[in-house]
Design a protein around this ligand. Structure first.
Ligand SMILES: Cc1cc2nc3c(=O)[nH]c(=O)nc-3n(C[C@H](O)[C@H](O)[C@H](O)COP(=O)(O)O)c2cc1C
Length: 237
């Protein structure tokens, strides 16, 4: 890898409820503080998705469809994705143990053009069950000719079973954090402040490694702050 020219990273992302976006904002700060040029491309569903889905029925249907990898059609990518990047970060949430619908559409339509012979790191935001998503995503990226060298995973910090109950209620449009009983165990939806700080640290570490031409596979992103051992977060998914 060349070390003299400015290093360029393309981040391609989808975020429905803002969690991946929050992590990426901080990761990008870290990368830029290290001197890396970051280009961000957000995937835009052709028919915008509403969060929350608004009812338990709509949530269950969406969970079933996404388990079977339903694609969500996306608008064409912007021209800023053209050209050569030192690294692409492909980021998005876990949906029913799978990559999200917009990311699957991206891989179908643009995968070979974007990812052939390209170094890639995947970033996942999820409540806790990410392993199947990661394995599936890596296989799809490998098929497109990418070299997936590492992964960044952030899980929600609440303990089980409250994390699963809380996320489900939140997606359905309820406010579990305001419930007298559930709120005691589920204070908020999504990632917490110290995880966002960890994302910033990861960005600086990754940027530095890229600039110094270090092996990106050797970077440790699997820290207790990122993958929180709440309930069964590290075993399942
Ligand atoms: C339809 C749907 C299915 C989900 N399935 C899972 C899952 O299987 N495993 C998991 O850990 N989280 C699951 N989640 C939770 C999201 O991955 C999590 O809330 C994530 O932080 C959302 O990121 P975003 O705000 O960037 O969209 C699901 C969320 C939705 C909307």
């Amino acid at each position: 890898m060349e070390t003299t020219a400015a290093k360029k990273i393309l981040i391609i992302c989808y975020s429905l409820s803002g969690q991946t976006s929050n992590l990426l904002a901080r990761l990008t700060n870290g990368l830029e503080s290290a001197g890396v040029t970051v280009t961000i491309e957000r995937l835009r569903p052709v028919k915008p998705l509403r969060f929350p889905f608004g009812s338990i029925r709509a949530t269950v249907i969406m969970m079933l469809l996404t388990f079977f990898r339903k694609r969500i059609p996306i608008a064409p990518l912007s021209d800023k994705c053209k050209g050569r990047f030192d690294l692409i970060i492909l980021a998005g949430p876990t949906w029913s143990y799978q990559p999200s619908g917009p990311v699957l559409s991206l891989l179908d339509r643009d995968g070979s053009t974007l990812f052939a012979n390209q170094t890639v790191i995947s970033l996942i935001s999820c409540r806790g069950y990410w392993r199947m998503h990661l394995i599936g995503l890596r296989a799809l990226l490998n098929k497109k000719g990418a070299s997936v060298v590492n992964r960044i995973v952030f899980t929600h910090p609440s303990r089980e079973p409250w994390r699963t109950i809380g996320v489900f209620m939140k997606i359905a449009g309820r406010s579990p954090e305001r419930s007298k009983f559930i709120g005691r165990y589920y204070p908020r939806y999504g990632h917490e402040k110290n995880q966002l700080e960890e994302a910033s640290r990861f960005g600086a570490m990754l940027g530095q490694a890229l600039i110094e031409g270090k092996d990106l596979a050797s970077l440790n992103f699997q820290t207790p702050l990122a993958i929180i051992r709440g309930g069964s977060s590290n075993q399942a998914g």
